[in-house]
Write a protein that binds this ligand. Sequence first.
Ligand code: ADP
Ligand code: MG
Length: 355
Amino acid sequence: MSFKPISDIGEFGLIDRIASITAPTLETTPGITEGIGDDCAVYEISRSMVQVTTTDLLVEHVHFDLLTTPLHHLGSKAISVNVSDICAMNAKPRYALVSIAIPSKTSVDLVETLYRGMSETSRIYGLAIAGGDTSLCPGAMVISVTVAGDIEKENITYRKGAEPGDMICVSGTLGGAAAGLRVLMREKSVMMEHIRHGETYDKDVMSNLSDYDDAIRQQLLPSARMDIIGFFEKENIVPTSMIDISDGLASDLAHICKRSGVGAQIEESRIPILSQTRHIADEFQEDAMNYALTGGEDYQLLFTLKPENFSAISSHPDISVIGKITPKDDGLLLRDIYGMTVDIQSLSGFDHFSG
Ligand code: ADP
Ligand code: MG
């Protein structure tokens, strides 16, 4: 047996291998209409309704840093990132199971603050926290949240389903979460410097960083776009495909294209980016467009619609049409502000095991 490190095949390569090993189990339960490969697993619960389920792990030192992340915000984010996957299926969240693994020296107050954040945010989404598990984990805090939701079968939206000619749309703005993370990481290194020199430092980073507040909020407190799902329902719109942007626009659009068997062309000038995000990118001598394409963690919805839906969405202040679906052979292209097309297939987005 040869030793192949996971970094050789990457996170998605690993998931593909897991999917092929576990595929036979799908035959045991006929009602599963979607297994590994979409934002949620899908299970038919009646003739007209399907249940959707998703799970996400947040690991200390990988996904969050307690020096720069208030626990209340972290609890909220742990819920929002899961509800975002439920939204990506056009569904409504119903209940959550929350598991935590924590070092034994963690204070009770800290855990309570975490759960208050989860609880407040869950109530906003109409989500019940209905169970979970608790364990010891020396050295790091791990939070695992599973959320179940449901939707009428006729309205479920998968990553597959996009067709050439469909409009590509995105909610909100992109790149802010990556920009906010840059600022927080810089703040952390300043903090560490102070600590090293035995000086005190004001840990309330939010109050010191008002010029960066929108981007930091997008990083620490993303919200799931249930309002967009409500808008679709009100307007009788069912997107042809949808995903939430957790890994970056390029990577998540590539997922839609792969699952739908299509290509895509997006326009750089139409990608919505906050001016604050551009300022932060300038400060770090980086490219705000790169934050949007590969930064991830924006938790906005990326979806495709039939052109006849244009009038219904054109007046929505927080939905941008950024391009169109093309035949598969045309690939995944970005037309830049000078009219040049760039292949963005290779912009991989976030991979836990790369580098
Ligand atoms: P998302 O970013 O929407 O949460 P991921 O990229 O984490 O999605 O996962 C992609 C797909 O792979 C999902 O369908 C998820 O359920 C599945 N998946 C990820 N990790 C595992 C695993 N360890 N075992 C089984 N399925 C997995
Ligand atoms: Mg997702």
